[in-house]
Structure formats: structure tokens, C-alpha cells
Design a protein around this ligand. Structure first.
Ligand SMILES: Cc1cc2nc3c(=O)[nH]c(=O)nc-3n(C[C@H](O)[C@H](O)[C@H](O)COP(=O)(O)O)c2cc1C
Length: 219
């Protein structure tokens, strides 16, 4: 699937994206949604594990349950689509032969390389598991996919709002994974047509954010 009419460069999308908290009720077209989900799935992940999943919630009932889980944040109440980015810290145990086949077919590596890569990634994950870090790593992979979607939505003229403010159990129950310990909620994203213009909220100076070679002494 491709975007036929490009309106913004990645640079422009990064510069103009804002967290929008008020939405018009107009639905997001299925075509736009398909493009956005495909682009989110293109985001990189640790060892290409893709240990994440996106639940698209657009039903009245599902959105109401998620809005309640956010304590009634306006963007969750108003946006026609809510995306729940789930982290799957156990996904590395699944068979990934389909991905390996695609990697070999595209010339990313031969069979031998793909098998060695899979073995090394399993060793990496076993070590993470021992250190209690598989959830954290899966959350990183889910959030980077969400980040891609925020930018792609900007490109399509749609607005988004990433959200951290929710009760995890209530979100899980709303999307049918209540009580599942092998799944974590990484981020909610409201998606729709903006009903407000948000000015730039300001960023810290680059001098505060960036240093060269070493973290600033004494900070
Ligand atoms: C991980 C994450 C979680 C956030 N959670 C919320 C939230 O729950 N509610 C909210 O109103 N904004 C939330 N925001 C939006 C931030 O407040 C916003 O990104 C920040 O103020 C900068 O504004 P901008 O996105 O327009 O540049 C979240 C942003 C991020 C990246």
C-alpha cells in the first residue's frame, strides 16, 4: 500500500505534529487507517522481534470503555479512533519462520544467516528475561511503532494524541486482554480530524538536550 499524494516531508511532519486534544466527530477513512497501520508496522524493533500489537478501537462501546480508563481525557472521549499499542514481552518465543522467509526472499540474508540471527536473538531475550527486562524492551518496540504512526498521521492531515494517562487493567479489559500478564499496555493514541489548532508548546534548548561524546559533567 502506498501514499499516492505526498503532502509533507518527514521533516515537516516532525515540525508540525502537535498533540491534539479536541476532535471533530468525522470518521477516519479505512484507507487512511490501513496506510497508518502498515507504516506503524514498518517501525524498527529490537532484533526485528516486532513484539507489539495494535488494537484499533472505533466502536462507541469500546471507545467509551477506553475513555473511562483514561479518566475521561477529552481526546479519548472525542476522537473517532483510539489505538492501543500493546507490548508483547513473550512474543520472542513464537515461531518467526514467516519473517525469516521474507528476509531471505528480500536478500536481507541467506538461510544460514537468518537461523543464526534467530538464535542470537533468543539468547539476548533469555538474558533480558533473567534480568526482568523483557517488558521494558517490548514497550520500547511498541512505542517506536506508535511514534511512526504519529508522524504518518500528520502526513495524512490527521491529528493524534499519545496518552500515558490510563489505568492499565481497565485498558486491558477494554481490549479483551484483562488479567493477561504476558501483555502490557505501552501507549494509547487518539486519532482523528482536529477540532483545534495547538501552538508549539516549547522545547528545551538544544544545548540542554544535546552533548558531544560525554554527558555534561555535574548535571
Ligand atoms: C508517552 C507520552 C504520553 C503522553 N500522555 C498524555 C496524556 O495522557 N494526556 C495528554 O493530554 N497528553 C499526553 N501526552 C502529550 C504531551 O503532553 C505532549 O506531547 C507534550 O506536551 C508536547 O506537546 P506536542 O506533542 O504538541 O509537541 C503524552 C505524550 C507522550 C510522548
Amino acid at each position: 500500500m502506498t501514499i499516492t499524494q505526498q503532502t509533507l516531508s518527514v521533516v515537516e511532519a516532525i515540525r508540525t505534529r502537535r498533540t491534539v486534544r479536541h476532535y471533530r466527530p468525522d470518521p477516519v477513512s479505512e484507507r487512511d487507517l490501513d496506510v497508518l497501520l502498515e507504516l506503524a508496522a514498518e517501525a524498527p524493533s529490537s532484533w526485528n522481534l516486532q513484539d507489539r500489537s495494535i488494537v484499533v478501537v472505533s466502536s462507541e462501546e469500546g471507545r467509551a470503555a477506553l475513555a473511562a480508563a483514561t479518566g475521561g481525557q477529552p481526546q479519548a472521549l472525542e476522537a473517532p479512533v483510539l489505538l492501543v499499542f500493546l507490548a508483547e514481552p513473550q512474543a520472542w518465543r513464537e515461531d518467526r519462520a514467516d519473517v525469516r522467509r521474507r528476509a531471505v526472499a528480500s536478500g536481507a540474508g541467506n538461510e544460514e544467516f537468518a537461523a543464526a540471527f534467530a538464535e542470537a536473538s533468543t539468547a539476548f531475550q533469555l538474558d533480558l528475561e533473567e534480568r526482568g527486562l523483557t517488558r521494558e524492551y517490548a514497550v520500547k518496540d511498541a512505542v517506536i511503532a506508535a511514534s511512526f504512526l504519529l508522524l504518518a498521521a500528520t502526513e495524512l492531515g490527521l491529528a493524534t494524541s499519545p496518552m500515558n494517562g490510563w489505568g492499565e487493567e481497565a485498558v486491558k479489559a477494554a481490549v479483551g486482554v484483562g488479567g493477561r500478564e504476558d501483555i502490557a499496555v505501552a501507549l494509547l493514541v487518539a486519532l482523528g480530524h482536529p477540532a483545534e489548532n495547538r501552538p508549539h508548546p516549547g522545547r528545551r534548548s538544544l544545548a540542554r538536550v544535546v552533548s558531544r561524546e560525554r554527558y555534561p559533567a555535574g548535571r
